[in-house]
Design a protein around this ligand. Structure first.
Ligand SMILES: Nc1ncnc2c1ncn2[C@@H]1O[C@H](COP(=O)(O)OP(=O)(O)OP(=O)(O)O)[C@@H](O)[C@H]1O
Length: 426
């Protein structure tokens, strides 16, 4: 079944019928261990099938938004960017598929989706049982990665190598095109809320799905580009660290959070952060994801502490970070004494756009979810908690908050050590 030649809407309708194929951290590492051109080529073919399907799902979601929101300027531009990227991947813009290899079958029918390989390697995230995110749907694999790559011992034809490079360049262009999507969407949602005075549940669900999908697409693209363009490195498979040091990640996030806390409140010193973590503790993970989640939580804790005790306080109680390794999970608890929040608030803190900060997002705001160089403001986005939770859930973990109103808040990040949960997509 070919999608080339169909109209854009036909392509979207067709591809969105196929379920997305969620991968687990373990699978990504397994596929990426071998950086030979043949294996990279097969990964490229997988992406060439999978990415248009994921993009088509998101285009359909964007098309289903209430007209007042869906027709806003930035959201229309985001939809157009998704469509353009989908078409470029389908058409392999300017790229030739090597002729020396048999044509692979594209978009196989439903019964073939359930490859035993997938089920042997994947467990489902128990935190997602009652949510709209799902890691247990039917999958397909038209390329069986469990078998060794055909012709592994061959000398790879130049055209295969060229395809890998060209395809990774195309994906890089697409990744750059989508750099600001998260903040563009947020700006229009914010404007929509200003107009309608509400963000209903269906939009929260849409945002969860959209941002989770975005994390996944960027993960797959980043992983492929890294494997194609960078030499193998110790303890690293693409952008995944096979021995991510938990203490170092927490320390980095602490430094950034304290830095913006000092800047925001013009403090000489931010509240202290005490970290209790085995320095040798490590796990397979994407460091930037964990850094993002810990940073968001520390930022909230530092803000709560400073605002509860006042900017003129002589000293502040420490924010305490405790890390414990269990059989299944590594849990990071971040405890502050910043006064907590009420039970009424606990139902809305996970809502996009919910914030008690006075600053709001401005139009020239850059993409805080991707730009490593520019630090976000202390608060005001109202996206911190929901996005941090998506990052933890992406690889089978979770994020929970327990507040003791009048005292403080405990945040728990649970990281799945087994690394066998599939990306929760819908
Ligand atoms: N540790 C905490 N103590 C007290 N209140 C908290 C804490 N963490 C979060 N909150 C409340 O939840 C709200 C939402 O937090 P969230 O991180 O989603 O957004 P934000 O911090 O306001 O803005 P940003 O998206 O820029 O981080 C905060 O504005 C705050 O009122």
């Amino acid at each position: 079944m070919s999608v080339v030649g169909k109209s854009l809407q036909e392509k979207v309708n067709l591809l969105a019928q196929y379920p997305q194929t969620g991968l687990s951290l373990k699978q990504l590492v397994y596929f990426g261990q071998d950086q030979k051109p043949g294996r990279l080529f097969r990964s490229g073919l997988f992406l060439r099938d999978e990415l248009p399907i994921r993009l088509a799902h998101r285009i359909q979601d964007l098309q289903k938004l209430p007209p007042l929101l869906g027709e806003m300027k930035r959201i229309s531009a985001v939809r157009a960017a998704y469509a353009r990227s989908m078409e470029e991947i389908i058409d392999l813009k300017g790229i030739e598929l090597p002729k020396c290899l048999p044509k692979h079958k594209r978009y196989p029918k439903a019964p073939k989706w359930r490859a035993s390989f997938f089920h042997n390697f994947v467990q489902h995230n128990p935190s997602l049982l009652d949510t709209h995110l799902d890691s247990s749907r039917g999958r397909y694999f038209n390329i069986d990665f469990s078998k060794p790559c055909t012709g592994e011992e061959y000398e790879w034809p130049e055209s295969l190598h060229k395809f890998n490079i060209d395809f990774s360049r195309l994906l890089d262009t697409i990744r750059t095109r989508h750099d600001n999507v998260a903040s563009e969407l947020a700006l229009d949602i914010q404007e929509y809320r200003r107009k309608t005075k509400k963000i209903d549940h269906s939009i929260q669900v849409f945002l969860d799905r959209f941002y989770m999908s975005r994390i996944g697409i960027r993960m797959l693209i980043g992983q492929y580009i890294s494997l194609v363009s960078e030499p193998p490195r110790e303890n690293r498979v693409g952008i995944i660290s096979t021995r991510a040091n938990i203490l170092r990640i927490i320390e980095d996030a602490t430094e950034s959070a304290k830095f913006i806390c000092r800047l925001s409140y013009c403090l000489f010193e931010a509240p202290p952060v005490e970290i209790n973590c085995d320095p040798s503790l490590h796990m397979m993970y994407t460091e930037s994801h964990l850094n993002h989640a810990v940073f968001e939580l520390l930022k909230n804790s530092l803000r709560a502490t400073v605002e509860y005790y006042g900017v003129d306080a002589d000293s502040y109680p420490p924010v305490k970070v405790l890390v414990v390794k269990g059989e299944e999970d590594i849990t990071i608890r971040i405890s502050d004494r910043g006064g907590g929040f009420s039970r009424k608030e606990s139902s809305v803190v996970w809502s996009y756009m919910y914030t008690t900060a006075h600053e709001t997002l401005s139009d020239d705001y850059t993409d805080t979810m991707t730009a490593a160089s520019s630090l976000p403001p202390m608060a005001g986005f109202g996206f911190g908690l929901p996005i941090a939770r998506l990052y933890t859930r992406y690889f089978g973990g979770d994020l929970k908050l327990v507040s003791m109103e009048g005292y403080g808040t405990d945040a728990y990040i649970q990281l799945n050590r087994l690394c066998e949960s599939a990306e929760p997509l819908q």
